[in-house]
Ligand binder design. Structure first.
Ligand code: ANZ
Ligand code: ZN
Length: 793
């Protein structure tokens, strides 16, 4: 059947068809050397069920596939096994393809794409040039995350719990000249537009938290100069979200990065302080600051003037103040901030309470930890007694603070010092400086080389390839050098869903008419782990393309869903290193593709994590065997009401469940229906047809075969999804609740639509009712049709 699907092009999507379009997308696979395991297959089968179902419903379905093939895993694999990444990639894709075809995924193979194909990455580079022209891509020397094992810079999003998300190595910091993308410019819109899309709440929350918008205030502190007076020259700004706590600021703390800048401009710090700063910065190179680590600091000797009280407070250099957040300096309020509290305790700094949770103030508690909530101000001069929310504005005005919105999100570090990625299309010329490669000269081809290992110098391996580096300036024709850093693999994946719309176009990343026809993606299923990586990046790039007039909407995905991870039978993550990986090929070989598919849909609610269970697989296989046997019967030509009822109910249930992605309950409905059908003396041909059609999105191979065996005409996958008859699925009985004085005393099974008289007669015959009526005549009998009867005595 898979061969027939291939020749008939079952998955082919027609551009501009008059049918209603439906774009269903799964995150395209990274073709690793390890191949697919059964966990990967879950979202493919889920979306395949939907694609097949929507086709039967008459939609023009786009269900595409491609390969996200640049990046570290392949490159590291290639280095380890001494195979060129190109060769490894081709080999991996071939294997993935074979595995996916074996499961019967009905994608449109004619639209297959590969991010490492120069015809594809030409457009990835083109998008970079658009970003560059719009001032959205820039070069700057910034401290970045550095993976000492992969020897490359990383974006913040790629560091999970202080570790590189791909290899697990603790990340360090490195100061480096980098390409950055101004994703921060889109921070507000990335939050705001979540309102217009149908994403799971947890996805929205994670993105909002990652962007971390916080509204606060910048206060200015002045330092005491040589004369012992504030000289007006040394002003330091702090960012705070709690301006109401200003009177509780007992010291200031600055990052070592900021302190280093002061040293650079001539600050004569005591030797111990200098040493602390140098050590702290060096430490970051080999050990990342982790939240939980003990806070350290040193008194800088500098004193600052508190802007409200005019008192002198010490200025400390502390490692918990981050150089790249806010202004790199804070006002420390130990009484009301946990970090400041811990630091003040450690170094014996004063803790001054200014927000009291109780009012009046006489009952203020003694603090044994920071009080971070709201309350009334105390010990704050004329602001004492004011509610803290109100005091925020009042104090800000009082000391001329400026309101400021700050984000946790950083600009996106876009340079990688590795071989297997898209070259960044920029040239450096002595005369003209930084020059973008003209669009007509794209793609900048990744040179075919023998040596692609990362270097110790922090430079990309491309830097050692003369024929690549040395070039002519596109602007003046003079001697120039190419940029040797490559892009992160998110560059190719953040727009791939657009290339599917027009994969062979040589003049544009996609034809605008096709984009208008197909976009937005109607359903995008993918892993939760991509929420603040690919999903955020691709929303951002799409918004950028929207602003440039290349796409019709501000959001690419109308709806997002997420599948749960499948664990191994030992309840651990499936991993080669644990030796617990289950390969779909083995299940297909032993039990068949349809068994694998239905089991994966049956295993648990689609969005929940669950462990693999070999017995469950056998159970599903038995079910399919029984379906097969059912079709060995002679079906009657006459409709038999009982079997019809079963099948019509099934059609309704399965159709609704597919739309709601409740695949597991759909599969159990198949099982229940089969049980019931097996007991029917007669099953009509019409019922058998319908059951087979309903089964076809889940078990397409068996359904196609049964269809043919039944002698039905046509190709099952071109049939229309069956309509159920409302009259047939109506329940024929209901449970009447019988009460005496409002208390339930019995339930009685009655035909739907039973009259008041019938209900009363049946109830009076029930022994419990007889008992509680005690022979009395009810004052009133309340009757709710198809529900309830209440005797009031
Ligand atoms: C005084 C204060 C008093 C603060 C208080 C909090 C509670 P979010 O909400 O995450 O943005 N902060 C500012 N810049 C910092 C930096 N470079 N490194 C470390 N911490 C920094 O956090 C804002 C708060 O984080 C700011 O408000 C500041 O501490 C701290 F009762 O200022 B707060
Ligand atoms: Zn790494």
């Amino acid at each position: 059947w898979q061969e027939i699907w291939a020749t008939k092009k079952l998955g082919a999507a027609g551009d501009f068809s008059a049918k209603q379009k439906y774009y269903v997308l799964f995150e395209f696979p990274y073709p690793s050397g390890a191949g697919l395991h059964v966990g990967h297959v879950r979202p493919y089968v889920g979306t395949d069920v939907i694609a097949r179902f929507r086709r039967m419903q008459g939609y023009n379905v786009l269900y595409p596939i491609g390969w996200d093939a640049f990046g570290l895993p392949t490159e590291n694999f290639a280095i380890k096994h001494k195979i060129h990444p190109r060769v490894a990639t081709d080999r991996n894709i071939k294997n993935f393809k074979k595995q996916m075809k074996a499961v019967g995924i009905s994608v449109d193979w004619d639209r297959e794409i590969d991010t490492t194909d120069p015809k594809y990455y030409k457009w990835t580079q083109w998008i970079f040039l658009q970003l560059y022209k719009a001032g959205m891509a820039y070069r700057a020397e910034v401290p970045i995350n550095w993976c000492p094992s992969c020897k490359t810079g990383l974006a913040n999003e790629e560091v999970i719990n202080g570790k590189h998300e791909r290899c697990g190595t603790p990340v360090t910091e490195k100061l480096k000249k980098q390409w950055l993308i101004r994703i921060t410019k889109y921070a507000d819109r990335l939050i705001e537009d979540l309102k217009s899309v149908d994403f799971p709440e947890r996805v929205k929350t994670q993105q909002i938290n990652w962007i971390g918008r916080s509204e606060g205030v910048v206060f200015t502190f002045s330092f005491i100069g040589i004369s012992g007076q504030p000289d007006g020259k040394h002003l330091v700004k702090v960012f705070t979200t709690r301006p109401d706590t200003l009177f509780g600021a007992t010291f200031m703390a600055v990052s070592s990065e900021l302190a280093k800048k002061w040293l650079d401009v001539g600050w004569q710090a005591p030797d111990a302080v200098k040493q602390y700063i140098v050590d702290a910065l060096a430490k970051k190179e080999d050990e990342r600051v982790i939240e939980a680590r003990e806070k350290t600091g040193v008194d800088s000797g500098i004193r600052a003037i508190h802007p409200a009280t005019k008192e002198e407070i010490p200025v400390w250099v502390a490692d918990y103040v981050l150089g790249n957040v806010g202004t790199g300096a804070i006002m420390a309020v130990p009484a009301h901030d946990e970090r400041d509290f811990a630091f003040a305790k450690k170094y014996g700094l004063p803790i001054k309470m200014v927000i009291c949770p109780h009012y009046p103030t006489s009952t203020c508690p003694v603090l044994d930890e920071a009080y971070t909530g709201a309350g009334h101000l105390v010990d704050s001069e004329k602001f004492s007694g004011m509610p803290s929310e109100e005091a925020k504005d009042a104090i800000t005005k009082f000391v001329n603070g400026e309101k400021k919105v700050q984000y946790r999100l950083r600009d996106w570090v876009f340079s990688r010092q590795r071989y297997w990625g898209e070259p960044i299309p920029i040239v450096y010329c002595k005369e003209c400086g930084e020059v973008p490669v003209p669009e007509a000269d794209l793609p900048v081809l990744l040179p075919d080389v023998k040596k692609y290992e990362p270097t110790e110098t922090g430079e990309s391996p491309l830097a050692a390839i003369k024929s690549f580096v040395e070039t002519k300036c596109p602007s003046c024709g003079g001697v120039a050098r190419r940029e040797t850093d490559t892009m992160p693999n998110w560059a190719g994946s953040n727009w791939y869903f657009l290339r599917y719309l027009d994969p062979r176009n040589e003049n544009a990343f996609a034809d605008r008419k096709k984009i208008d026809y197909w976009m937005p993606v109607d359903l995008y299923n993918g892993g939760m782990e991509h929420t603040t990586l690919h999903l955020l990046y691709s929303r951002f790039i799409y918004k950028f393309l929207y602003d440039q007039g290349f796409v019709p909407h501000p959001e690419p995905y109308a709806k997002r869903t997420s599948h749960g991870v499948i664990l191994a039978e030992d309840n651990r993550k499936m991993s080669k290193s644990f030796g617990n990986v289950i390969n779909p090929d083995d299940i297909v070989k032993e039990y068949g593709a349809d068994t694998l598919r239905m089991y994966e849909m049956f295993i648990a609610p689609f969005d929940q994590m669950v462990a693999w269970d070999a017995h469950g697989v056998i159970g599903v296989r038995r079910f399919l065997d029984r379906v097969w046997h059912l079709y060995e019967r002679e079906f009657s030509d006459e409709a038999t009401e009982h079997a019809e009822r079963i099948v019509h109910k099934l059609i309704k249930k399965v159709g609704e469940d597919i739309v709601a992605m409740k695949f597991n309950t759909a599969v159990s409905s198949f099982m229940e229906s089969l049980n019931a059908l097996e007991k029917c003396a007669d099953v009509s041909r019409a019922s058998a047809r319908m059951f087979c059609l309903a089964l076809s999105p889940f078990a397409p191979h068996i359904a196609a075969e049964l269809w043919e065996k039944m002698g039905e005409k046509g190709f099952i996958h071109e049939q229309v999804w069956p309509k159920y008859n409302e009259a047939l699925i109506r329940e024929d009985t209901f449970e009447l609740v019988v009460q005496v004085n409002g208390k339930m005393r019995a339930t009685i099974l009655l035909p739907v639509g039973a009259s008041r008289e019938d209900a009363e007669q049946a109830a009076r015959g029930h022994e419990m009712v007889v008992k509680y009526l005690e022979g009395k005549t009810p004052k009133k009998v309340v009757f709710v049709p198809n529900r309830l009867l209440n005797f009031v005595i």
